[in-house]
Design a protein around this ligand. Structure first.
Ligand SMILES: Nc1nc2c(c(=O)[nH]1)N[C@@H](CN(C=O)c1ccc(C(=O)N[C@@H](CCC(=O)O)C(=O)O)cc1)CN2
Length: 304
């Protein structure tokens, strides 16, 4: 039995960010255009604080204009909507992202609906969801876009392959299914009501795990040679009991990696797989939004 190829999302994302940086430099010299990204964080969720810090750093490293708005946890929906209105009207900002989750007094649907769809670099606005569903150019959610890039790097052509997406969220599962359909895969979307989920998964040439449940997908659910893309990022107690008792944690995916790697043909690790692609694709979407705002074609060697 051969071990699966480990798909190095961290290296792929670093290379993509380098290519985005080169494209940004070209935009600056050829068109005097500097793509700008505004990230809005409400509250003090520690994981969100880290993601937002990384987004700012990586945006600047790519040569883009970066603005971060850190708002207190008791910010009202009205205050947040006012800020979004200002960012929509700001010509130096081509991409707007509101970090999720939001505090309970704020309705995320109302906030996402307020972002100009052409600046919606998260791709969460219903206009962009609709564009993706009918195959029109729009902005595509970053995590599924990153998964598609990794998949295409491993298999090239997805035509006719059976892809099973486990999870049907608006942020990952549904856009992922639409992207796979566009790539001519045969797509099954499985969820909490699916009958005999292990058997459904065993039918997959490509298995996308996006359920948010630590190590739920076992090795025995995977077809030999399948490509497994693990979107899950779950914090569980550290392996060492003393460390766990001291509150230390580790990150695992939705797939039982140690079991799966002996069966799959290729698999993304957690951490270091899909996660780093999310921010790289955010930069890509910002570049795309900036180009479109000036009627410039985005460089096609960057898109999957
Ligand atoms: N507005 C948005 N909010 C959130 C999104 C999003 O795409 N848009 N996604 C997640 C958080 N996220 C980016 O915002 C994100 C998550 C994980 C990673 C990452 O690189 N993860 C590392 C491991 C990190 C760890 O150890 O905790 C990895 O997988 O290697 C990047 C970005 C929710 N909110």
């Amino acid at each position: 039995m051969t071990e699966a190829r480990i798909i190095d999302g961290k290296a792929f994302a670093a290379d993509l960010r380098g290519r985005i940086g080169a494209a940004v430099e070209h935009l600056r010299t050829a068109y005097a255009l500097v793509p700008g990204l505004a990230v809005v964080l409400v509250g003090e969720n520690p994981a969100s604080q880290l993601y937002v810090k990384n987004k700012g750093e990586q945006t600047r490293e790519a040569g883009m204009h970066s603005v971060t708005h850190r708002l207190p946890a008791d910010t009202t929906q009205e205050q947040l909507l006012r800020l979004i209105g200002q960012l929509n009207a700001d010509p130096s900002i081509h991409g707007i992202l509101v970090q999720l989750p939001l505090p309970p007094q704020i309705d995320p649907a109302a906030v996402l609906a307020a972002i100009d769809p052409d600046k919606d670099v998260d791709g969460f606005h219903v206009v962009n969801a609709g564009r993706l569903a009918v195959g029109l150019p729009g902005l595509v959610p970053c995590t599924p876009l990153g998964c598609l890039m990794l998949l295409k790097d491993v298999v090239g052509d997805l035509r006719g392959l059976h892809a099973v997406v486990v999870g049907r969220s608006n942020i990952v599962g549904k856009p992922m299914a639409n992207l796979l359909l566009q790539a001519n895969a045969t797509v099954t979307v499985a969820h909490s009501h699916t009958v005999d989920l292990p058997e459904v998964c065993r039918g997959a040439d490509i298995l996308i795990a996006a359920v948010g449940r630590p190590e739920m997908i076992r090795g025995s659910w995977i077809k030999e040679g399948a490509i497994v893309i693990d979107v899950g990022i779950n914090r569980v107690p550290a392996r060492d009991p003393a460390a766990a008792a001291a509150g230390k944690t580790r990150v695992v995916g939705d797939v039982a990696f140690e079991e799966a790697k002996g069966i799959a043909g290729a698999i993304t690790p957690v951490p270091g797989g899909v996660g780093p692609m999310t921010i790289a694709c955010l930069l890509l979407n910002t570049l795309t939004a900036a180009c479109r705002s000036k009627g410039i074609s985005p460089p096609d060697d960057l898109t999957p």
